[in-house]
Design a protein around this ligand. Structure first.
Ligand SMILES: Cc1cc2nc3c(=O)[nH]c(=O)nc-3n(C[C@H](O)[C@H](O)[C@H](O)COP(=O)(O)OP(=O)(O)OC[C@H]3O[C@@H](n4cnc5c(N)ncnc54)[C@H](O)[C@@H]3O)c2cc1C
Length: 349
């Protein structure tokens, strides 16, 4: 096969998918090379969109910019793909102590976090929860069904772009002539998630992956909840009587194997949130592409300007992805400025 393309995107997780959509919207020719390697992050991601860092009731980084953009863009993609994968709902954050409740009350009366905290409850709201101290209602928030979004996008990308189900082979890359195998390209953009660790051109960047485990549980006495629940861990509904509970954060063993520690941790936190019986059905595991400074890794290679990276979305890919994709595509196609905080130039020596 001999052909040419504007962009080769390596990896069709959330990052590669958003990037492919945007480049196609800009009428660019795109070739996606992806294989689903074990422990990919997007395949298991809960997809929660939460504007508030719940531990101390602070606004998430750049949330005023990212959140409205993300909601509007996913809605636009739902229309384009004739599918539904975004659900807006509130998060009910249970207070863990009186001190914790006080922190939230003070923050909400003194800061503009109140934009996202639309009510503070001082007593229990649900009989199935250990929420005697009440909780806060966070809105707008919600959830992207990431797996559904990726699957439906793959069908679209197979039609509107070229899609190779293959592992990218660095030994077939001829950088002097801009040729990969027999395909000539303008730029290659790597969206490999935590597998960036194996990328010889970008593994100098400070990725610090985090393994995450989640439980799928069956609760026979609870058919549905219309909110996302949060108390150290979070719980969301998957289907009637079935819920996803997560997550752990471990900086070792980057594989898709559940651990005794992870399951025990999630069980103890769930026991601290629920006052009813549940049964564990499954354990899901993935590795997040987290970074040392908690900011994404985006931009051109320091020497090879035909290589770029779009990665490092950590545990916030769903809300940060759409705005940063647009910013990056405008940088690539219109020469606009890349957001400094995410530009990999910050690691130049
Ligand atoms: C347990 C857990 C819960 C999470 N919950 C949330 C949440 O609630 N909200 C949120 O916003 N985020 C959440 N995340 C994080 C979210 O998953 C990430 O931010 C995002 O999905 C990262 O996407 P990515 O495309 O960068 O990486 P990935 O999803 O890992 O995708 C990379 C893709 O590239 C492929 N690939 C890699 N190397 C090659 C190669 N050489 N050749 C071909 N293909 C290759 C991989 O196989 C994979 O398909 C969670 C993550 C985990 C693990």
């Amino acid at each position: 096969m001999s052909s040419s393309t504007d962009y080769i995107i390596v990896g069709q997780g959330l990052a590669g998918t958003l990037l492919a959509h945007k480049l196609i919207e800009e009428k660019k020719r795109v070739l996606i090379i992806n294989t689903n390697l074990p422990a990919m992050s997007s395949k298991v991601a809960a997809g929660i969109i939460n504007p508030v860092a719940v531990k101390r009731c602070n606004k998430s980084w750049n949330i005023d910019l990212f959140l409205p953009y993300a909601i509007q863009y996913y809605k636009q993609l739902e229309q384009k793909l004739s599918s539904k994968f975004l659900k807006i709902s509130s998060i009910y954050r249970l207070f863990s102590s009186l001190e914790n409740r006080k922190t939230w009350e003070i923050k909400c009366s003194n800061t503009n976090i109140s934009k996202y905290v639309n009510y503070i409850y001082l007593d229990s709201q649900y009989s199935f929860l250990k929420d005697s101290l009440g909780g806060a209602s966070i809105l707008p928030a919600g959830r992207l069904d990431v797996e559904k979004f990726l699957n439906i996008s793959k069908e679209y990308l197979c039609e509107k772009a070229t899609y190779l189900s293959d592992q990218f082979d660095f030994s077939c890359l001829n950088l002097d002539n801009n040729i990969y195998k027999s395909i000539s390209f303008n730029k290659i953009i790597f969206c490999e998630g935590f597998r960036m660790l194996d990328n010889p051109y970008f593994n100098y960047l400070p990725l610090r992956p985090t393994k995450g485990e989640m439980l799928v549980v069956n609760i026979p006495t609870l058919s549905s909840i219309d909110k996302i629940l949060s108390k150290d861990i979070w719980m969301i509904q998957l289907k009637p009587f079935h819920f996803l509970v997560g997550a752990t954060y471990q900086h070792q063993d980057f594989d898709d194997k559940p651990t005794e520690y992870g399951v025990a941790y999630l069980k103890s936190k769930l026991n601290n949130m629920l006052s009813i019986e549940y049964k564990i059905i499954n354990v899901l595991v993935g590795v997040r592409p987290t970074t040392k400074d908690r900011k994404p890794l985006i931009g051109l290679h320091k020497t090879y300007k035909n290589l770029a990276i779009f990665n490092g979305f950590g545990s916030k890919g769903v809300v940060q992805g759409p705005f940063l994709t647009a910013n990056f595509v405008n940088f690539l196609t219109k020469g606009q400025k890349l957001m400094e905080d995410v530009d990999i130039q910050r690691f130049r020596v």
